[in-house]
Write a protein that binds this ligand. Structure first.
Ligand code: GRF
Length: 229
């Protein structure tokens, strides 16, 4: 059960344990795992879990020596029983923080409440704009001048939890959904490990349902501009 006020870094010297949940190729999972293995992040990926056999990220995780597990959602009779199995696997791993990284399922209110304050997601838009799917196509169709990606806490509201860190990029003439996706992904691999570092070092805390960064309530996300790293 989540504490009302919680630092995930109660023992700053021990690495923050992560369960990373994927559905696809897992490039964010790999960026986090590599930062951890390179000693740039005081966190350790304890378990990589995929909801489908076809997730290419599972083999990539194994190549890095990570523990992996596939919990095929389609083999469960309903969402509740899948989520029960997922929660059991997360808890059995000993992970403190649950990292959704290209996980293509909508989680129930029960699941998000169970992991309140220790469940993160990355979404390829500058939330609250462009929740949901096909964000690059929709940004282009709307003629937006800028686009980006957001790391946020997960709550019961889809893509609606408190925003933590965003990377903003310019939309360039001639951009396609693919070129935008590629530039967004480069930034994803910077900002996701960074937010995990904030948690691992105790800079980011969850207090009474709100994120606090460096001792102040974080009501607007921190924004990393394109020229910043
Ligand atoms: C990323 O674009 C992320 O923003 C979205 O799903 C994609 C996952 O990519 N939630 P990968 O599997 O981490 O490469």
């Amino acid at each position: 059960m989540a504490k009302a006020t919680s630092s995930l870094a109660d023992t700053p010297s021990s690495p923050l344990g992560l369960a990373v949940i994927i559905s696809g190729r897992g490039s964010n999972m790999l960026a986090i795992a590599r930062a951890s293995q390179a000693g740039q992040l005081n966190a350790r990926v304890l378990q990589v879990i995929a909801d489908r056999d076809s997730a290419a990220g599972i083999a990539a995780a194994q190549a890095l020596g990570l523990a992996t597990q596939v919990i095929p959602a389609k083999s469960f009779p309903d969402k509740a029983s899948f989520e029960t199995a997922l929660a059991e696997a997360i808890d059995a791993s000993g992970a403190t923080l649950v990292v959704l990284a290209g996980f293509m399922r909508i989680l129930s209110a029960e699941f998000t409440a169970r992991y309140a304050g220790r469940l993160l997601n990355i979404h390829p838009s500058l939330l609250p704009a462009y929740k949901g799917l096909h964000t690059h196509e929709r940004v282009l169709a709307a003629g937006e001048a800028s686009h980006g990606v957001t790391v946020h806490y997960v709550t019961a509201e889809l893509d609606g939890g408190p925003l933590l860190l965003q990377a903003r990029i310019a939309v360039r003439p001639g951009d396609t959904a693919d070129t935008l996706a590629a530039r967004v992904q480069q930034r994803e691999h910077i900002i996701y490990p960074r937010v995990i570092d904030w948690l691992a070092t105790g800079r980011l805390q969850w207090r009474n349902g709100e994120p606090w960064l460096d001792g102040a309530a974080l009501r607007q996300p921190v924004i990393l501009e394109e020229h910043e790293s």
